[in-house]
Design a protein around this ligand. Structure first.
Ligand code: GTP
Ligand code: SPV
Ligand code: MN
Length: 580
């Protein structure tokens, strides 16, 4: 296989001259190709067959112990001007960045095969989809890209028709964290990543393309590329509302996207469209419409069980790549929170010993085709996506943020998103549990200056006639003993119900300084064992804590200087004044 696109041919040739692979393989995405790669990886010990009787088609990959998560401190946005990247990104001059990373790419594929992976983000026929090509020396990346994207021949044909594609050059290098860099060149629509084989660092279609590069393109072209799940919620009357929810990494997107309705809400159904990324376009009907650019899930494993999420539990029992989980004596995958079996080996392949820490790495992941999800929505393939009724922002906040509140209007909603904060998780290297500002859950993923990004969000008032309502949720509020006040998971549907009923004007609320909150009577709490004290805490807006919160938001927004849109400052002042 090769291509009629001369730019692609030339780029592959130049990459080969730089990296010196033994051979070049153009991926067609076929089953035969998949089977050959699988065989090769099993032979080399890069994949381990799991118990095929209990988990047919499931394999385990163990990454290098120093390569287990995204590396934000090694991730750069390289624009000609530093201000374009903004204080929210690490920046390097493109010339300097290319010089540094090309030195690492020099000869790095000697003795290896270079795989050329054409892929399409979004349904192949959708005008909203965008294509890319990832060059990589990792067969693990190829197998994952085949699940996560529309990869192979059909994508290449679309690239030849469109004439354009995002260039992604990737090598695992020597996996030395000192020689690891993830670089983005939005002005050239290109990505260069070396030294990691893990997740968002290496599957370039995901965060690098579909968020960092796409957010840049979206600003220029009038749409939004967001770190959001897309879910359809159908009420017992058969009416479906689609929600797009931005929660930071490992804060509940996958779980909410494939929520199993609790017995206390009979007749409700949930349809999954996406669990991580949404591309939103103003539609001809004046509404925002969303597509999921991905075709699979790269989801957090720990905590998944029959009770928390039966759909996920069923989905990953077959044809799944596990990365960095433990295994039982009979080679079944095992992780903390599974609630059955016991580990014999940990994620590094050592005999399990609690003294070494958890059996599964906290950021261990499954890679699985979206179609395997019992709640898969066939509209995932719809070229024009689904209309969004509400946008939900949310994070992990043990204090301050109530269970749910609704923004006054779009402008206020943009402030609610810009003012988001969340406790850090194992999805990125660094300390866990530290509260940090994570606007729109895009701190690690916005490919340009946040101040310009917020202006872009604000501009949708002029682009769409019927904008979604905006809400903020927090499933992670704790009591004074550090226990979660809210049961979460399936019971989150009780909150989604209020959200949808607010969209259709069927539910009540009280107005507070921070927005609209449900009164206890506005929530359908049937079947929930939550006492009046806990509920009061969940719906509490503590003025002193919120004054401090709004002051910190003002301080944070101040970092963006003159570029900050005045409407945002205005919204911040309005809320701060209302708090007294
Ligand atoms: P990324 O893939 O990193 O972007 O994360 P995500 O937002 O999809 O997170 P995911 O749904 O995988 O959840 C991560 C962790 O949060 C898992 O350990 C879950 O068990 C836990 N979690 C998810 N939803 C809830 C909830 O409603 N309540 C509580 N307490 N924990 C939850
Ligand atoms: C995240 O960290 O938000 C993820 C996992 O979804 S990764 O693909 O590694 O970025
Ligand atoms: Mn994510």
């Amino acid at each position: 296989m090769t291509t009629t696109n001369a730019a692609l041919r030339d780029w592959v040739a130049r990459a080969a001259t730089l990296t010196r692979p033994d051979q070049i393989h153009w991926c067609d995405g076929s089953q035969a190709e998949h089977d050959r790669l699988l065989e090769l990886m099993l032979e080399r010990g890069e994949l381990i067959a799991l118990n095929q009787a209990t988990h047919p088609g499931c394999y385990l990959h163990r990454s290098h112990p120093s390569d287990v998560a995204r590396v934000e401190h090694l991730t750069f946005v390289c624009t000609r001007s530093r201000d374009e990247a903004g204080p929210n990104n690490n920046w390097m001059d493109p010339l300097e960045a290319n010089r540094r990373i090309d030195a690492l790419f020099d000869g790095c594929m000697r003795g290896r095969t270079m795989y050329v992976v054409p892929y399409c983000m979004g349904p192949l026929a959708s005008p909203f989809s965008r294509c890319g090509v990832e060059i990589t020396d990792s067969p693990y990346v190829v197998l994952n890209m085949r699940i996560m994207t529309r990869m192979g021949e059909a994508a290449l044909r679309r690239i030849e028709r469109d004439g354009s594609f995002v260039r992604g050059l990737h090598s695992i290098g020597d996996l030395d964290p000192e020689r690891r860099l993830i670089m983005h060149f939005p002005e050239e629509l290109s990505i260069k990543s070396i030294g990691s084989g893990y997740g968002g660092n290496a599957l370039l279609g995901k965060k690098c393309h579909a968020l960092r590069i796409a957010s840049w393109q979206a600003r220029d072209e009038g749409w939004l590329a967001e770190h959001m799940l897309i879910v359809g919620v159908e009420n017992p009357q058969g009416e479906t509302h689609y929600l797009a929810c931005a929660f930071p990494s490992a804060c509940g997107k996958t779980n909410l996207a494939m929520l199993v309705p609790p017995a206390s809400l009979p007749g409700w159904k949930v349809w999954t469209l996406g669990d991580d990324i949404a591309w939103l376009h103003p539609g001809p009907d004046g509404r925002l419409r969303a597509i999921n650019p991905e075709s699979g899930f790269f989801g957090v494993v720990p905590g998944t069980n029959q009770k928390t999420n039966r759909n996920a539990y069923e989905m990953i029992r077959h044809d799944t790549i596990y990365t960095n989980v433990g295994i039982t004596a009979d080679r079944q995958p095992w992780w903390e929170g599974l609630g059955e079996g016991k580990p014999a080996q940990d994620w590094q392949g050592r005999p399990y010993d609690a003294a070494n820490g958890p059996a599964a790495h906290p950021n261990s992941r499954f890679t699985v085709a979206a179609k395997q999800n019992p709640s898969y929505s066939p509209l995932s393939e719809a070229s024009d996506g689904v209309p969004i009724s509400a946008i939900l922002f949310g994070g992990r906040r043990c204090k301050v943020a109530p269970l749910v509140y609704e923004a006054r209007d779009w402008r206020h909603g943009v402030l609610v998103g810009a003012g988001m904060a969340s406790e850090t998780t194992a999805a990125a290297v660094g300390k866990v549990g530290v509260v940090r500002r994570d606007p729109m859950a895009m701190k690690p993923f916005c490919g340009y200056n946040f101040a310009d990004y917020w202006s872009h969000w604000l501009s949708f008032e002029g682009r769409a006639r019927q904008l979604p309502k905006v809400f903020h949720v927090n499933w992670f509020r704790q009591d004074d003993d550090g226990r979660f006040l809210w049961p979460g998971f399936g019971d989150n549907l009780h909150v989604l119900r209020w959200v949808i009923d607010r969209c259709t004007g069927r539910a009540g609320a009280r107005e507070t300084a921070i927005g609209f909150l449900p009164e206890p009577r506005d929530l359908d709490m049937q079947g929930l064992e939550i006492g009046p004290t806990a509920l009061k805490q969940l719906l509490d807006v503590d003025p002193a804590a919120w004054r401090a919160e709004m002051d910190d938001i003002a301080r944070y927004l101040g970092e963006f200087g003159d570029r900050l849109p005045p409407a945002l400052t205005e919204q911040q002042r309005r809320t701060r004044t209302a708090l007294g």
